[in-house]
Design a protein around this ligand. Structure first.
Ligand code: DOR
Ligand code: ZN
Length: 417
């Protein structure tokens, strides 16, 4: 039997690390075993983990490529051990119909370093205009960057959205509640929390729980009290910033995000809830804005970057024994891929040969000067992190000794064979 490549190492296979060899044919895992022959063997040092999937990024391309573009965003993803990203539709020209979707797909297709999916935006009146190639649908129940709130979804539209058979991701902040809490001027992260209080999220969680859709995801949950309101009727997504940062930290506008960072007390409870396994998916909600846009607090756009630090921050918590590896594996790697229906996130026959290799003993700190985003300013600067030293995508090494050695070979998930 001959293969395109064979990798050997301590792979995370069936919930434990085991010395294995994994053979690859046409980018896909074709044999798993010991002492496999049929291609040169590449040894991956340290722990070998399936590469991550981030189902929530804003790469701003096309339209606001001064903040990020698909190349810088996807390169940043790879450096953080993520080989598939799902990009949100709140571009300057929102991705709310078939032709904008096609334009975006053709524009970004040859420029991505990792695989990618693209969301379409449901705006309350465009259900029958959405591209059937959409990898997911985004609905903002409360307004945020480049998006206006959807306050009502008709029964007919629910049927159309459900028949598309892709996840529907909700930004859960109730529009009426946001309006009622508006304050004319905000000066701090605590003001931002007061203007968009937890109650707005709780109201939305109840709305989401009731909507008759098969595949629902509530995005970036910021308080654990949303979980009982969701009643298990939607998958629960959380971000590293909501579990690790709070509004008592001196982050200024770089900590301004929607939904807001909460009090230290809420953040601690959310973190405990994530640590206990109550969340399904960990996403970055990577949302870059320029320094100019972050200058003045009240005017500042909301959003925090994180596609490159999402997994490394969590691996540092594994390294110092705060959390078990399986929690990170499940929420950042296996579940996001399964939710999107791609054959990734597992060492398994027929799955894509996408891995990262890390040394848990070689922790470092996030240094924003060395992140690959076009706007690399990160509130996680200085936090402990374990970055991958190697990344393999479609069976080819694309990151080696911490340096990118690949090309813009990322594929649209709809074209993954
Ligand atoms: O903080 C946020 N930034 N929340 C959102 O809902 C959108 C995002 C962005 O696109 O900037
Ligand atoms: Zn977002």
């Amino acid at each position: 039997m001959s293969y395109d490549a064979i990798y050997s190492g301590r792979f995370y296979f069936r919930d434990e690390f085991r010395e294995l060899e994994v053979a690859v044919s046409d980018g896909v895992i074709s044999h798993i075993g010991k002492a496999i022959t049929g291609a040169p063997v590449t040894k991956l040092e340290g722990a070998v983990i399936p590469a991550g999937t981030d189902i929530h990024v804003h790469f701003r391309d096309p339209g606001e490529t001064d903040k990020e573009d698909f190349s810088t965003g996807s390169l940043s993803a790879v450096y953080g051990g993520t080989t598939t990203v799902y990009d949100m539709p709140n571009n300057l020209v929102p991705v709310s119909d078939y032709s904008v979707f096609q334009d975006k797909l053709s524009s970004v297709s040859s420029r991505s370093y990792c695989d990618f999916g693209l969301y379409s935006l449901y705006n309350g009146k465009n259900a029958d205009l959405l591209s059937p190639s959409s990898s997911g649908i985004k609905i903002f129940l409360g307004g945020s960057t480049n998006s206006t709130a959807v306050e009502q979804v008709s029964d007919n539209d629910l049927k159309i959205l459900d028949s598309m058979n892709v996840p529907v991701v909700f930004h859960g902040e109730d529009a009426a509640c946001l309006k009622a809490n508006f304050i004319p001027e905000e000066h701090s992260l605590m003001d931002h929390d007061r203007a968009r209080p937890e109650q707005c999220e709780l109201t939305s969680a109840e709305v989401i729980s009731r909507l008759p859709l098969k595949k629902k995801i509530m995005a970036h949950i910021s308080t654990p009290e949303s979980l009982p309101k969701l009643k298990g009727k939607a998958m629960a997504e959380v971000t590293p910033h909501h579990i690790l940062l709070n509004n008592e930290m001196e982050l200024g506008s770089w900590g301004k995000v929607n939904p807001p960072l909460r009090s230290r007390d809420t953040q601690r409870k959310l973190m405990d809830s994530y640590f206990r396994g109550s969340f399904d998916i960990l996403s970055s909600d990577h949302a870059p804005h320029t320094e100019h846009e972050k200058e003045e607090f009240f005017q500042a756009s909301a959003g925090i970057i994180g596609v490159e630090t999402r997994i490394p921050l969590m691996l540092a918590l594994v390294a110092n024994k705060t959390i078990p590896f399986n929690l990170v594996y499940r929420t950042a790697i296996a579940n996001p891929a399964a939710a999107m229906g791609i054959r990734k996130g597992m060492i398994q026959l027929g799955y894509f040969a996408d891995f990262m290799a890390v040394r848990f003993s070689e922790g470092t700190r996030v240094n924003q000067d060395r992140l690959h985003s076009k706007t690399p300013i990160s509130p996680f600067n200085g936090f402990q992190a374990v970055f991958p030293h190697s990344v393999v995508m479609h069976g080819e090494v694309i990151l080696e000794r911490n340096e990118f050695v690949g090309d813009r070979n990322g594929k649209f998930v709809g074209n993954l064979k």
